[in-house]
Design a protein. Structure first.
Length: 89
């Protein structure tokens, strides 16, 4: 939700300044809270695990109301390809 909108005003009250947050690009515009759609890492080292949580709890459990089954299947394929490339390099 873009900063400064009515929907973001409710969420912004719980967010500290100078904190980075990551969220699902597919349902970011939806004002309701959606399971595991946002993540505020405590450190740079926790970004990967947080993204893994979004991947498994948000997309894996079908909680994203916008990303359909085909999009989730495509993301899983990209993840599999990325993992193979990481091990090779």
């Amino acid at each position: 939700v873009p900063h400064g909108t009515e929907a973001s005003a409710e969420r912004d009250s719980d967010v500290a300044e100078n904190k980075i947050g990551l969220r699902c690009i597919h349902c970011a515009h939806i004002p309701q809270c959606i399971t595991a759609a946002t993540f505020f890492p405590r450190s740079i080292g926790s970004i990967a695990s947080g993204l893994g949580t979004i991947g498994s709890r948000h997309f894996g459990l079908g909680k994203c109301p916008v990303a359909g089954p085909e999009k989730v299947k495509q993301m899983l394929q990209y993840k599999k390809t990325s993992g193979i490339q990481t091990r090779v390099n």
